[in-house]
Design a protein around this ligand. Structure first.
Ligand SMILES: [Zn+2]
Length: 332
C-alpha cells in the first residue's frame, strides 16, 4: 500500500473520531474510502451546500440544483456541467453502496472554488497581467499547411494586450517577437515582473483523421494525488509544485475564462481541464493555459487565421478576467 493511501485512511479515521462542530457552514459531508480515491456521497455533498438532488435518468445522469446553481453529473464519467460550463472532474462519479459518489478531491479542489469564489485579501487588486504567447523561434507549435501556431499565439497576445491596456490593466508579454523561450523561463519572467495573473495562449490541432474536432479548453494545474485530465494524461500521484499553492484561484480563473470564451465564441465547450504543464507547475501567481480553438478544423482554423475573430477571442478573455477580478476582489 502506498504511503498516500495510508495517510488517507488515517485522515478518514481521524475525521470519524472528531467531534462534530455545532455550527459549521458548509458542513463537510462524511468521507468514504472503498477503493481508489476517497469519495463523498453526492446526496450528502448536495445537502451540505443546500442543493437538491435528483436523478434525471436513474443510475445514469443526476442533477444538483439550488437558487443559483445547477450541476449535472454522469455516473462512471469525469464530465460534469457546472452552471452551463464543462468541467472535467479529476475522478469519475462512482456508485458506492448503491449511491452516487464524488471524489473528495473534486469536492474540495474543483467544485468548491467554482461555487464559492476564493477571496483575495481586502484591498488587493489585479493590475498586472503576464501574457505568454505559446512557442516561438525554433518551436513553431502546431502546423497546419503554412500556418504555424507560434505566429497566431503572438498575434492573439498582441491584440489581447491592447484590449487589456484599454481596460486599465498593465500588461507584460513573455515574448513580443518570434523568439524561442524555454518553458521554465516563462513563469520566471512573470514572477520577475510581479504579475498578478499568468495566461498562456495556444491553439490546438488534431490529427488529419480527426479534423472535425473543434472547440476551446482551459487548463489549470493538477492537484497533488490526482491524474491530469488532458488528452495525454500524466499518471497519478505526482508531487507538489509551486503551482499547487493557488489551486482555488487557478480553478476559478480557468472556470471564468472557459465560460466567457465558449459563450462569446459560440464554439464547442471542451471543458476546464487539469495538466501539469511546465508553465503551470512553476507559476507563483494564479495561472491558466488557454487552447482557444483547433487550427486543424477547417472552419475553426479559417477563423483563427482571421484578425476579426482573434479580436473576439481577446474580448472574451478580457471579460473572463474581469469576471474573475469581480469575484475575488474585496473592496475597502
Ligand atoms: Zn501550443
Amino acid at each position: 500500500m502506498k504511503s498516500a493511501s495510508v495517510c488517507s485512511v488515517l485522515a478518514i479515521l481521524l475525521l470519524a473520531c472528531m467531534p462534530h462542530p455545532v455550527e459549521a457552514a458548509p458542513r463537510r459531508p462524511p468521507v468514504q474510502r472503498v477503493s481508489g480515491p476517497a469519495y463523498v456521497r453526492l446526496t450528502d455533498w448536495a445537502r451540505s451546500r443546500g442543493l437538491e438532488f435528483r436523478w434525471l435518468k436513474k443510475d445514469d445522469t443526476l442533477q444538483l440544483s439550488g437558487q443559483s446553481s445547477r450541476l449535472l453529473f454522469n455516473v462512471d464519467s469525469n464530465d460534469a456541467d457546472v452552471n452551463g460550463v464543462g468541467v472535467r472532474l479529476l475522478f469519475p462519479v462512482a456508485i458506492r453502496d448503491g449511491l452516487p459518489c464524488l471524489s473528495q478531491l473534486d469536492s474540495q479542489m474543483t467544485l468548491e472554488p467554482i461555487l464559492s469564489a476564493p477571496r483575495s485579501r481586502r484591498g488587493a487588486s489585479i493590475t498586472r497581467i503576464c501574457l505568454d504567447p505559446g512557442h516561438g523561434g525554433i518551436d513553431s507549435g502546431n502546423r497546419v499547411g503554412s500556418h504555424q501556431e507560434k505566429a497566431y499565439t503572438l498575434l492573439l497576445a498582441q491584440e489581447l494586450a491592447a484590449q487589456l491596456t484599454r481596460a486599465g490593466y498593465k500588461v507584460t508579454l513573455t515574448r513580443d517577437t518570434d523568439r524561442f523561450i524555454e518553458l521554465s523561463e516563462r513563469a520566471a519572467i512573470a514572477k520577475r515582473r510581479s504579475a498578478d495573473l499568468f495566461i498562456s495562449l495556444h491553439f490546438n490541432s488534431a490529427p488529419n483523421s480527426a479534423n472535425t474536432v473543434r472547440g476551446a479548453e482551459v487548463y489549470c494545474m493538477t492537484p497533488v494525488g490526482a491524474p491530469s485530465t488532458n488528452a495525454r494524461g500524466e499518471g497519478s500521484g505526482a508531487g507538489w509544485y509551486p503551482g499547487n499553492r493557488l489551486n482555488d484561484k487557478n480553478v476559478y480563473l480557468a472556470y471564468e475564462l472557459q465560460k466567457s470564451v465558449t459563450k462569446t465564441l459560440g464554439t464547442e465547450d471542451r471543458g476546464l481541464h487539469r495538466a501539469r504543464f511546465a508553465v503551470l507547475r512553476d507559476a507563483t501567481m494564479p495561472a491558466v493555459l488557454i487552447e482557444a480553438g483547433f487550427m486543424s478544423n477547417p472552419a475553426e482554423g479559417r477563423k483563427i487565421f482571421d484578425a476579426g475573430y482573434r479580436k473576439q477571442i481577446a474580448k472574451a478573455i478580457v471579460d473572463g478576467i474581469t469576471a474573475y477580478r469581480k469575484g475575488t476582489e474585496q473592496r475597502g
